[in-house]
Design a protein around this ligand. Sequence first.
Ligand code: N2P
Length: 363
Amino acid sequence: MRTMLTTTALVALASTTGLAQAQQVVNVYNWSDYIAEETLEQFTAETGITVNYDVYDSNDTLEARMLGGSSGFDVVVPTGNYLQRQIAAGIYQPLNRELLPNWSNLDEHLMGLASSFDEGNEHAVVYMWGTTGIGYNTAAVAERLGEDYVVDSWSLVFDPEIASQLADCGIAFLDDHTEILPAALRYLGLDPLSTDEADLEQAVAMLDTIRPSLRYFHSSQYISDLANGEICVAVGWSGDVLQAAARAEEAGTGVEVAYVIPKEGANLWFDMMAIPADAPNPEAAHAFINFMMDAHVAAANTNYVAYPNAVAASNEFIDEEVLNDPTIYPPAETQANFWTLRPHDSRTDRLITRLWTRVRTGQ
Ligand code: N2P
């Protein structure tokens, strides 16, 4: 797919301009459903650089490609906790701020928060940030739990009595241990960041009781499934659920999707753009990152994906309804319950990999 896009673009360019020299290409590997429709075309129109764009829906997928060596990527977008240990592994190059004149557009407070993953913001720029909560079909849930039922807690998906009442309309979970296990720990009143085996066993034992009520584990399928009513509940990422809500509204099928940040708290995460140490075209990578930090470009992306960016200068171009949505920009009292993930050591990694297999398969 990636090769095809590039080849097509090159052929088109060669035939219209007759250019013999090789066209510059930037190889971008980003999360799925994470960019406005026009952004890549605009970048190419402005810079002449062709974008070879591929997507993933899991940090583990990205990390496996990166640690395999010679990924061929120029720009990747890991989440903070993964970025932190990948920087320690030496797989990113320092950014050259001289090639990033739009750096002055950034939100200093957010970049300060992100420096806890990347000291001095030397290797990465925040692309988007958000929360992990619950998306649901308002009518389907009300039909099963009653009109007066207030969806505001992780109990919707972690209480086996409640989950079993929703099983027939479809509950989906992110296929992501870094999201589900901490939320399960917090629901049980434990530290969401706990790496204690007994705590994690307790979370898994609870998840064992709700597994029969789950339809699937997947980290991107839930957007369209929520939008078209194939499922009624998803533990998912804020903007993805809101994109599902927007798609449902546009389709006019009468499906209404809402997103809630559970009152017990939620994961606050930062996805950050970085350049692999062995990037084939670091100059084009800087041009791409700089373009994404343009006020208009960042605003268009946020308006489309419903995630906040880190470009303070973009705020004046962001739609009012996005800026004023407390599920996109959570107020301070909601933020008080957030947690932020940190990298695990390899012992914990192995433990969690084993436990997560049990959660997914029951074995
Ligand atoms: C984009 C999901 C990105 C959120 N579809 C994960 N950090």
